[in-house]
Design a protein around this ligand. Structure first.
Ligand SMILES: Cc1ncc(COP(=O)(O)O)c(C=O)c1O
Length: 397
């Protein structure tokens, strides 16, 4: 019976890793894989996380099951960073106990759970700006959710608020909207604060359910700045889901560390909603992996380690800002303009290469990135950025 299964297309990014690995050129550049890299090209374990892991190994006296909700100490300790300790926008919600969370296997697990809840709650359709992270559409398809799309960005490189406005007007009550909280993947183009103010009103006025994906908090403009949209939307609507990933901002990628937060109109409605989230988790992975969340909890519960973690995050963000500033300073490069990359956020941006130009970047210059033209700016360093800019000029000129 298993021979009924049809061959699936290879994951394009995994295929790209293979191509890059097989390239013998010493000065090849990998801008494909979605992880942060230092100026030396490494993806190290955060010092704060290393210290927490050491403490964890020394003090953990059991690995007995925790339950489908995972490490609730982690989930609770993360909340002030996501929703704001003293942010007047969300203070009322927190004081009323309207938000509850649970640990999930990474942001992907959180999104899977959020969208499974959406499905179970009989939401008719999920709306999403495109292009988006490919797994969003994949999860919706796997769950049998109808996906409706609208343009995320204008050809000029701004967030397309008019497209979102039109989508909300067409959607109406009973539909869900899946939005990136910050550091949009793949475009790097985020809604501005003024856009978020409008979006919050649009969602509230049209009774749609927001599903907010916050996978890169702290990698854009800052921890509070990157949560602006999430907090504004939550303050305006009765119900929302927030899918959170610690895999980037704690560098925990393979430890699969994330959380799902559920906001209800009334705290009394939370037990029923969370019982569904727990049951769905039980049927999917039973319990999330412990290690990453336990390490993050230790960081978050310790003032000095929290300060160190935030410091390390500042360094990452600053480095990406410098790379973006250097690209923007190159301005018009061959046939493309790199200026907009300076104002974009997070790990990713799209350069409008043709498929032939993507191919030429690989073959002539040993520079690897997705066929969509999405580059990981953290793959650029003082040592290779000039060569990258020259290569862009060469293939697009
Ligand atoms: C937009 C977005 N959401 C969610 C995720 C999930 O991250 P993870 O499952 O690695 O925590 C990613 C990862 O690349 C992402 O880009």
């Amino acid at each position: 019976m298993l021979t009924n299964l049809q061959q699936q297309p290879a994951d394009a990014l995994l295929a790209l890793i293979k191509l890059h690995n097989a390239d013998p050129r010493a000065d090849k550049i990998d801008l494909g894989v979605g992880v942060y890299r230092t100026g030396q090209g490494d993806t190290p374990v955060f010092t704060a996380v290393k210290a927490a892991e050491k403490r964890l190994v020394e003090t953990q006296d059991s690995k007995a099951y925790l339950g489908p909700e995972g490490d609730m100490g982690f989930v609770t300790a993360l909340m002030p960073h996501v929703f704001g300790r003293e942010d007047p926008t969300t203070q009322g919600i927190l004081q009323a106990g309207r938000i509850e969370g649970m640990q999930t296997p990474g942001g992907t697990g959180s999104l899977r759970l959020a969208l499974a809840m959406v499905k179970k709650a009989q939401v008719r359709r999920v709306w999403m700006g495109v292009p988006s992270w490919p797994n969003h559409a994949q999860i919706c398809a796997d769950l049998g959710l109808e996906l409706k799309t609208f343009n995320h960005a204008t050809p000029e490189g701004a967030a397309d608020i008019a497209a979102l406005r039109a989508a909300v007007a067409e959607a109406g009550e009973g539909d869900a909207f899946l939005l990136h909280g910050c550091c949009h993947n793949p475009t790097g183009i985020d809604y501005t604060d003024a856009h978020w103010d409008e979006i919050a009103g649009l969602f509230a006025g049209n009774k749609v359910l927001p599903v907010l994906d916050l996978a890169y908090q702290g990698l854009g403009a800052g921890m509070d700045e990157d949560a602006y949209g999430v907090r504004r939307v939550l303050a305006a609507v009765p119900e929302a889901l927030v899918a959170y990933s610690c895999d980037k901002n704690f560098g925990l990628y393979r430890d699969r560390t994330g959380a799902l937060y559920v906001m209800m109109a009334d705290a009394a409605q939370l037990p029923a909603a969370m019982s569904n989230a727990h049951a769905l988790a039980r049927a999917n992975w039973s319990q999330p992996p412990d290690h990453g969340a336990a390490a993050a909890r230790i960081v978050l519960e310790d003032k000095a380690l929290t300060a160190q973690w935030l410091d390390e995050l500042d360094t990452m963000r600053e480095r990406m800002r410098q790379v973006r500033a250097r690209l923007a300073a190159a301005g018009k490069t061959g046939g493309v303009d790199l200026t907009p990359l300076g104002g974009q956020n997070g790990l990713f941006s799209i350069i409008p290469f043709t498929p032939e130009q993507v191919q030429a970047m690989r073959e002539r210059h040993g520079i690897y990135f997705a066929g969509s033209g999405r580059i990981n700016v953290a793959g650029l360093t003082v040592g290779n950025i000039d060569r990258f800019i020259a290569a862009v000029a060469d293939v697009t000129g």
